[in-house]
Ligand binder design. Structure first.
Ligand code: NCD
Length: 294
């Protein structure tokens, strides 16, 4: 079993992951040593703070050893292809390989060649399944069930693998997902999207980072303009349900897509809860892919 995309996970996998991650989040199975003696390769070809550290910590909490490929010093710099890197790392037979890469489909390509379980930690603008899973866990802890709940996912939807994975996962759990953002940052072919109408009456609002590093053309927005027109301000949040919760996958551009006072809203900003749940969910994911591997 790999964890490459939301569609690659069966309903049974989803139930298993959410139940096990919740146990880990409650610390009931902490230090269980379920993966003692196992080895996880962490290969991050794009920057990461939360995802990389939480995979390493998840492995450690399960008793496995995480070994980090130092991409800056790797043979990619000597021109080795992703396919050859996959075969090379696979030949060492790690128990799992965690991959983040700028190219869409990279995790799938590596999974086909490495011969070990592969976890997609973000491939280009395509998917980031473990992030969506930890978001779902965070929402489930708050709401009990997502049946009939509305989640507005806002901002730079075009470049967001987090939005893409959540748009597939959350409806499978019963939620309605509304995507909206500036026209230039919506995917091609997406219908009209007005941020205010997407927020109206929502139970949860997930704000996305403006991914300037993936833009071919500068946004040319005046200082403060993005926040005013599309960002999550106190006033805009007031359009959602009265006790609506706030999520953000991080890293945040404070004052751009989210106002400080919203990011830090006591009781309603779940942003650090998402981070904590990331460790628990990645424990569940690593355990699942390793234990299902022959
Ligand atoms: C996101 C990512 O890398 O896709 N970060 C994360 O993993 N929490 C979102 C982003 O970079 O904006």
């Amino acid at each position: 079993v790999h964890c490459l995309s939301i569609d690659s996970l069966s309903d049974g996998h989803l139930a298993e992951l959410l139940a096990n991650a919740q146990e880990y989040a409650l610390d009931r199975r902490a230090g269980s040593g379920h993966l003692a003696g196992r080895t996880v390769f962490n290969c991050f070809y794009e920057n990461s703070t939360r995802t990389a550290m939480s995979f390493a910590l998840a492995a450690a909490r399960l008793g496995a050893q995480a070994i980090t490929l130092s991409v800056e010093h790797s043979s990619v710099k000597k021109g080795e292809t992703l396919a050859d890197t996959a075969r090379t790392l696979g030949a060492m037979a790690p128990d799992a390989l965690v991959l983040r890469h700028r190219q869409n489909g990279a995790a799938e390509e590596v999974a086909a060649l490495a011969g070990c379980p592969v976890v997609n930690a973000g491939d280009g603008t395509n998917e980031h399944p473990t992030q969506a899973l930890l978001d779902a866990l965070t929402l489930l802890q708050r709401f009990g069930s997502l049946q009939g709940r509305t989640v507005a996912i806002l901002g730079d939807v075009r470049h967001s693998r987090v939005a893409r994975s959540n748009a597939k996962l959350l409806p499978r759990l019963g939620a309605e997902v509304r995507l909206a953002g500036p026209p230039a940052l919506m995917p091609d072919g997406a219908g009209p999207s007005d941020v205010d109408s997407a927020i109206a009456g929502a139970d949860a609002v997930m704000m996305l980072r403006v991914q300037r590093e993936r833009l071919d053309q500068e946004l040319d927005d005046a200082p403060g303009e993005y926040l005013r027109r599309y960002g999550l301000t106190r006033e805009r949040l007031a359009l959602a349900k009265e006790d609506a919760v706030v999520l953000h996958p991080g890293p945040m551009n404070r004052g751009v897509e989210i106002a400080d006072e919203v990011a830090d809203l006591p009781g309603r900003s779940l942003i650090l809860r998402q981070v904590a749940n990331g460790v628990a969910m990645r424990m569940a994911v690593l355990e699942m892919v390793v234990s299902h591997h022959p």
